[in-house]
Design a protein. Structure first.
Length: 87
């Protein structure tokens, strides 16, 4: 997985995809993942709109196995991401 987004991106984003990863016994597992991106540097009005609509968006995107809230793209690196979703 890789994200190529500008670090000064202030737009809120939702993403859903299938994450495949090897288990410790060599099998391939997959999970449907919802990523919610809400940048810390966004204007307060935009944060309010995001906060009030987030649950409705999540309902529309069901079913998914896991979700992650990301406030800085630097928090979303491959190793940490897979480690989080293996549990």
């Amino acid at each position: 997985m890789s994200c190529h987004i500008l670090t000064n991106d202030i737009q809120f984003r939702y993403g859903i995809f299938e994450l495949e990863y090897p288990t410790t016994d060599g099998r391939i597992e997959s999970k449907i993942v919802l990523i919610l991106y809400a940048p810390d540097i966004a204007p307060a009005k935009e944060k309010f709109i995001y906060a009030t609509s987030k649950d409705e968006v999540k309902k529309k995107l069901q079913p998914f196995n896991k979700e992650i809230q990301v406030n800085d793209w630097a928090d979303l690196n491959d190793e940490q991401f897979v480690k989080y979703f293996k549990h």
